[in-house]
Design a protein around this ligand. Structure first.
Ligand code: ADP
Ligand code: MG
Length: 472
């Protein structure tokens, strides 16, 4: 095997366990430049990626290398080197000079914390902060970093450090209540210390402002407002889907800002390509910087978040209680927070000290009232079946008939793109298929649609998305 082939096989293994956004961010433009005596030199495009691979993915890379080459790997050296023909990207300054042994996220976090601790600056800025439409409560300092949000968090800090220059735009996506608005506004609050020209708007507000401005003959003022900022934060861009006039205006706003190195940060409940009824030129703009996902937090992160919020509310709780809440409130952080507030409030109301039993009683009602809102693989498969006039059972079934293979591949593609599920779990959802089948199907559809731009398939996929978008 050549180094190139080895690395492709290694990437194939690594991709199995990562979301697409993570995989692309950290492994795009990596390659092996030398493989001798069980020492490997892995080349990466910049210092940011280097740190991240060294600290987060080193073990995965070693084990993938060992399983591909069937050799014990002695050493991996990560080296910053661009493949010939690659375009260098401006990166976080001096990352290499900072203290060793810290993950990029924690380095940034410290920095953010120091800044936030500067209470004089904080108070002085509170007035201005609110004037941008930002909630002063959403800062990096009280954002708990863990699995699920570390990529998005690091990217946000990189944006603050290098406004307009590191990742522009930064596009953050993920399910409801997972901290997108918090991160978006934290960027605003941090940048507010350096510049006043910040604008935060939900995409609905952008739309309404625009319609209002056109009606009252103030389109020019509208343009001036949105195009004359150093930082534009747009929350929930998925709601621009289907609104053609707004998309047109936003497209021009976007171009003007991006061309002048003015920072744009966007959030959405799904990746750019999955937003129904959005123009393809906007999709390509959204994808032109960095796309970072936020996923569900793991149990440790949930406990850490609860612990912090309980202390913020002057009501520290035992770990046992925190763990109970974390385990029983599954969906997202907003609900987690809601459950905690409920627990604290009802104890305070009754003048009781919380114990596990009293907490269980209170949460029983709460937990059963929570409805699952996030999209499931089953819903995607059902929508796909409906579109192709077949059934859920047939799609996950054994038959290899052409009329079934195609919908199956499309469903796999959609589950990967829109939920970010891992290949093994997709295989399991599709009637216990092997992960390689899932991967092969995904890649096939990805090539046809994204790389080759097959419009017919893109439309089919768009229609299926409309089907499941309306149900959730
Ligand atoms: P989204 O915009 O993704 O729907 P939000 O940003 O509104 O979610 O987050 C919901 C709530 O959860 C907010 O109160 C936010 O402060 C809190 N939250 C989310 N993620 C975190 C986190 N990692 N650390 C602390 N609080 C969080
Ligand atoms: Mg939000």
């Amino acid at each position: 095997m050549t180094s190139e082939q080895i690395w492709q096989a290694v990437l194939g293994e690594i991709e199995l366990n990562l979301s697409r956004a993570n995989f692309v961010t950290w492994f795009k433009d990596t390659f092996i430049s030398s493989f001798e005596n069980n020492r490997v030199i892995v080349c990466v495009p910049n210092a940011f990626v280097k740190k991240w691979l060294e600290e987060k993915y080193h073990k995965n890379i070693i084990s993938a290398l060992e399983s591909v080459t069937k050799q014990k790997i002695q050493e991996i050296i990560y080296k910053i080197e661009l493949r010939r023909g690659a375009i260098p990207v401006l990166m976080v300054d001096n990352l290499e000079n900072k203290s060793e042994g810290n993950s990029p996220a924690s380095q940034f976090k410290k920095k953010g914390a120091e800044e936030n601790n500067n209470s004089a600056a904080q108070t002085a800025n509170n007035g201005t902060v609110n004037q941008h439409g930002l909630n002063p409560r959403y800062v990096f300092e009280n954002f708990v970093v863990g699995r699920g949000n570390e990529l998005a968090h690091a990217a946000c800090l990189a944006v603050v450090e290098n406004l307009g220059k590191s990742y522009n735009p930064l596009f953050i996506y993920g399910g409801v209540g997972l901290g997108k608005t918090h991160l978006l506004q934290a960027i605003g609050n941090a940048v507010a210390k350096k510049t006043n020209k910040i604008l935060y708007a939900t995409s609905e507000k952008f739309t309404n402002n625009y319609i209002q401005a056109v009606k009252s003959g103030k389109a020019k003022e509208f343009k001036n407002l949105y195009r004359n900022v150093d930082l534009l934060l747009v929350d929930d861009v998925q709601f621009m889907g289907g609104k053609d006039g707004t998309q047109e205006e936003f497209f021009h706003t976007f171009n003007e800002l991006q061309q002048n190195d003015k920072q744009i940060v966007l959030t959405s409940d799904r990746p750019p390509k999955s937003i129904p009824a959005i123009e393809s030129r906007l999709i390509s703009r959204f994808e032109s910087g960095m796309v970072a996902d936020v996923g569900k937090p793991d149990i440790e992160t949930k406990i850490a978040i609860l612990e912090r919020k309980a202390i913020e509310r002057n009501c520290p709780l035992d770990r046992e209680i925190l763990a109970y809440i974390a385990e029983h409130v599954q969906n997202n952080i907003r609900e987690l927070e809601g459950a905690l507030i409920k627990v604290i409030a009802s104890h305070q109301f009754k003048g009781l000290v919380p114990n596990l039993k009293s907490v269980k009683e209170i949460l029983n009602d709460y937990v059963s009232n929570i409805k699952t809102k996030s999209l499931t693989p089953k819903e995607i498969i059902e929508a796909t079946a409906k579109f192709y006039n077949t059934t859920y059972k047939d799609i996950i079934g054994k038959s290899r008939k052409k009329e079934l293979v195609w919908p199956r591949q499309i469903a796999i593609f959609l589950i990967r793109e829109d939920i970010g599920a891992s290949y093994p779990s997709i295989g399991a959802e599709l009637g216990g298929r092997d992960h390689t089948t899932a991967m092969h199907s995904y890649n096939k559809i990805y090539q046809e649609t994204v790389e080759m731009g097959n419009e017919k398939i893109k439309q089919e996929i768009g229609s299926i998305r409309q089907l499941f978008a309306s149900s959730y």
